[in-house]
Design a protein around this ligand. Structure first.
Ligand SMILES: Cc1ncc(COP(=O)(O)O)c(C=O)c1O
Length: 378
């Protein structure tokens, strides 16, 4: 049940007592809840030696929690080791025949999303690019390239590089009108606001635990629309993709009828314990509350940055912003190090300093970053 107050949520993250942590776009902060879950895993290992039933149950509990977080059913969710593997599972399952062989990619994609599709060239895939207008990537850029030969449009919800939030409903509508699938990369968004993949009407969605979902690396989540699952068989598979992995039948490639068919080998059990604890903690606060807090912090930061004349590349329009603000900096990597010396943890991509907010951040955090940036520019 939601209702955990934000100050008590914040208190669950020891690092926030020592640092101004504004780098959730790279890695979420470690909570005592997630730490306890990791200990529960090691204790179960000590106690039972090989309690596989308990471990598989924990993975299923995680699947149910993920489904509840993204508005899907549990059988539409695959538990994967990384977003890259999840994307590759779908990329290798889609046909690229003469009638539909185009993949339309926006220039705001995370590299892995492009690489997975570029790697399908030997199977007939041809990548076409939707080009940005300045720091924005508009639905019109997709409308100019998506056509009746387009198989799939992978699209990031929030750009990892400049924090721009794409207009997903409009992009989905235009892609579907032209018969193309939409594959949402929600990694820079899930955990900062409610999400409903059914209402958004995307065909595929990938996200992972380690950023705003407050979990560790080594576990990611793939959603596949129920009506498509049975039509797709990936070219990389393993025993956990089978209808019944525990039949141990090497001579039968019987595909699971659920999204589990996109899974491979033994699931990442320690990561599943930790990821489930992260998700539970988010639900204890409530994703509506989290969204309000993240918006408040982003608004305060962008207004403060403008007032101080900091060169923000993230849009002024709040509807086009995610949880990530980016400030242009000649040498952003050096700036990250200078901020670290002041106790502020941020990150850099190219000439952009990335400042990202989760609901555990406070208005004091925002002001501390603004003050440090103003002082640094002097
Ligand atoms: C938007 C986005 N997609 C995908 C990834 C890559 O995920 P993975 O390393 O799990 O393949 C990242 C990682 O930073 C990301 O920001």
């Amino acid at each position: 049940m939601p209702g955990l107050p934000l100050d008590r949520f914040r208190a669950r993250f020891p690092i926030l007592g020592r640092r101004v942590y504004v780098n959730s776009c790279s890695q979420g902060a470690l909570s005592t809840d997630v730490e306890t879950a990791l200990t529960a895993f090691t204790e179960s290992w000590h106690a039972g030696g090989s309690p596989w039933e308990q471990w598989v149950e924990e993975v299923e509990r995680l699947r149910t929690l993920v489904a509840a977080t993204i508005g899907a059913e549990a059988d539409e969710v695959a538990i994967m080791p990384s977003a890259s593997v999840a994307i590759a599972a779908i990329a290798t399952a889609l046909p690229f025949d003469r009638s539909r062989h185009k993949v339309v990619l926006g220039e705001f994609e995370f590299p892995t999303m492009a690489h997975a599709w570029l790697a399908q060239a030997p199977r007939g895939a041809e990548v076409a690019w939707a080009r940005p207008t300045g720091d924005a990537l508009l639905p019109d850029a997709y409308a100019a390239v998506v056509d009746d030969r387009t198989r799939v449009v992978p699209v990031t919800h929030v750009c990892f590089r400049n924090g721009y939030r794409l207009d997903i409903p409009r992009i989905v509508a235009l892609c579907h009108e032209r018969g193309a699938y939409v594959f949402l990369d929600d990694y820079q968004h899930t955990g900062t606001a409610p999400l409903d993949v059914h209402a958004l009407d995307v065909d595929f969605m990938v996200t992972g635990a380690l950023k705003y979902l407050l979990g560790p690396s080594g576990v990611a989540f793939l959603y596949v629309r129920r009506s498509i699952i049975g039509k797709l068989t990936p070219l990389v598979t393993g025993w956990f993709g089978r209808a019944n992995p525990f039949a141990f039948a090497p001579d039968r490639l019987d595909w699971s009828t659920s999204a589990k068919r996109f899974e491979g080998g033994t699931p990442p059990v320690p990561n599943a314990y930790a990821a489930a604890a992260g998700l539970q903690l988010l639900h204890a606060v409530g994703l509506d509350t989290i969204e309000r807090q993240v918006r408040l912090l982003m608004n305060r930061f962008t207004a403060g940055a403008c007032a101080r004349g900091l060169p923000l590349v993230t849009p002024a329009d709040a509807a086009r912003r995610g949880p990530l603000a980016v400030v242009r900096a000649a040498n952003a990597a050096d700036l990250v190090q200078r901020l670290e010396r002041r106790g502020i943890i941020a990150s850099a991509r190219g000439n952009g300093l990335r400042i990202s907010f989760h609901a555990y951040n406070s208005e004091q955090d925002v002001d501390a970053v603004l003050d440090a940036l103003e002082a640094d520019h002097d």
